[in-house]
Design a protein around this ligand. Structure first.
Ligand code: NAD
Length: 481
């Protein structure tokens, strides 16, 4: 299965494939087997310097900015075409490198192609305003690019998460240095390959892999970047913001979540159970907007929990390459952290309805789909992000109480409402503090719908038309005629 994966991958800087400045390498592991599948060149601060310099040269050359916007858009469609032609290869990579199922790996490519098509199609539709100032004056606004956009990507969905930021940056005339996640770097190198094949100007996209505290920190603190897009955890996000503050660099921050699905007494329980099950166990819960808290009316608590336990126990857990429903966690470190948080939950009095531990006697980092009941909102398991396949269930008696519980964490990424009552759905959606609310279907939405956080889940939006506005700054030109 992993036999065809290239053994060594270089960084992509200034349109060339290059080794790291120190010659060191980072080993890439298959989380389903614990075996090394490849090595990547380790980027260190000297490589960051080279990548930022390449991006600066490309930006200063104005090659993207002076292109007709429609041609920039066409370039994104060409990247999508080259990427799509590599679907099977990338799906296998995502399986081996990231623990995705093959179907999910294919979906990631299709989703990335959708982002490229969507933003490619918008490249020639981002228009400024003409502002009337009376006789003798002409005034207009321009959506000007920032310059060099530094982008940092998490491990869970590197291809679509990375590519959506890169294409927003390119269609608005910025250039990019992207640091891929050290735990799952391979698919973004295929994206770089697609960019090269599509004729994206040299230096406009630079993709490097290094450790966060080293290459990542050097990139966000670099003296010659103009913009940051960070997707990752709140803790890392705070350190990125401290670096950004030193140079007053604008940021898009896509951080973690602890998203609540509020289920009212009249909800369609079959539909709700299936939707919440997918919302928490897809990609083993390693999704920022996972449905990780179930806030359920007490009258249907036992019935819904029983259905969810059945959903959990029906899922096969194992390598995606073998067609299992749920793959591994990315690393032993993540698995150990999640198990420790489960132990804290038990110690605080929560009950394990199913799962609660790793899959025994296997080399991969597999965790069983887990449900905790008897959870109180103040418990750690109700407040902290697992970023794993763990659902915590909290009952409520009144809609007001449901809102207080759902809004009662530091996070505010996503939320859901399940009810047959449209008025109650709207009442609930209106009061939930979250960047996006899903009604009667977790993840209702798509590439077209804006996505991002409130509170500690961050700010700025990716996806949808709104995302493009995070990559431009309004410049006003006033002319005395
Ligand atoms: P992480 O914060 O540990 O790492 C994210 C990236 O930051 C990695 O590339 C890492 O190398 C880099 N990094 C680490 N330290 C750094 C530093 N000091 N300076 C600069 N970069 C540094 O997160 P993770 O474990 O890779 O991903 C999981 C987290 O990401 C979860 O909290 C999840 O909710 C969040 N996430 C958010 C979104 C979103 O769109 N809101 C999407 C996916 C994941």
């Amino acid at each position: 299965m992993t036999g065809n994966i290239k053994a060594y991958w270089q960084n992509f800087i200034g349109g060339e494939w290059v080794d790291g400045a120190t010659g060191e390498r980072i080993a890439v592991e298959n989380p389903a087997t614990g075996e090394q599948i490849a090595e990547v060149a380790r980027a260190v601060p000297a490589d960051v310097d080279g990548a930022v310099a390449a991006a600066r040269r490309a930006f200063d050359s104005r090659v993207l900015w002076e292109m007709r916007p429609g041609d920039r858009g066409q370039m994104m469609l060409d990247v999508a075409r080259h990427l799509t032609a590599m679907t099977e290869e990338i799906a296998v990579l995502e399986c081996a490198d990231n623990g995705k199922t093959l179907a999910n790996g294919r979906n990631e490519v299709a989703l990335t192609a959708r982002y490229l098509a969507y933003y490619g199609g918008m490249a020639d539709k981002l228009e400024g305003r003409q502002i009337p100032l009376g006789g003798g004056l002409l005034d207009y606004t321009v959506h000007a690019p920032f310059g060099v956009s530094a982008q940092i990507v998490p491990f869970n969905g590197p291809l679509p998460v990375g590519a959506r930021s890169v294409c927003c940056a390119l269609v608005t005339g910025n250039t990019v240095v992207l640091k891929s996640p050290e735990d799952s770097p391979l698919s973004l190198f295929k994206f770089a390959e697609a960019c090269a094949k599509a004729g994206v100007p040299k230096g406009a996209v630079n993709i490097i892999c290094g450790y966060g505290e080293d290459a990542g920190a050097a990139l966000v603190a670099h003296h010659d970047i103009d913009h940051i897009v960070f997707t990752g955890s709140v803790e890392t996000g705070k350190s990125v913001l401290r670096a950004a503050a030193e140079r007053v660099v604008p940021c898009v921050m896509e951080l973690g979540g602890k998203s609540a699905a509020v289920v009212h007494a009249d909800a369609d329980l079959d539909r709700t159970a299936k939707s919440v099950a997918r919302g928490i166990w897809f990609h083993a819960g390693q999704i920022c907007s996972a449905a990780s808290r179930l806030v359920v009316h007490r009258s249907i608590h036992d019935d819904l929990v029983a259905r969810l336990v059945a959903e959990a126990e029906a899922r096969s857990v194992g390598p995606g390459a073998e067609g299992c429903d749920m793959g591994p966690l990315i690393s032993e470190g993540q698995l150990a952290r999640i198990e420790a948080l489960c132990r804290a939950g038990r110690d605080e009095g929560a009950k394990v309805a199913t799962g609660g531990s790793r899959v025994p006697d296997c080399k991969g980092h597999f965790m069983r789909p887990t449900i905790f009941t008897a959870v109180r909102p103040e418990m750690r398991i109700a407040r902290e992000e697992f970023f794993g396949p763990v659902l915590v269930v909290i009952p409520f008696d009144t809609p007001e109480e449901a809102i207080a519980i759902a809004n009662g964490t530091d996070y505010g990424l996503a939320a859901g409402v399940f009810t047959r009552d449209l008025k109650l759905a709207h009442w609930t959606a209106d009061r939930l503090i979250a960047g996006q609310v899903y009604v009667n279907e977790w993840w209702a939405g798509g590439v077209e719908t804006p996505f991002g956080g409130t509170k500690r889940s961050g700010y700025g939006r990716e996806k949808g038309q709104e995302a493009l506005l995070g990559y431009v700054q309004t410049k006003n030109v006033g002319i005395r005629l």
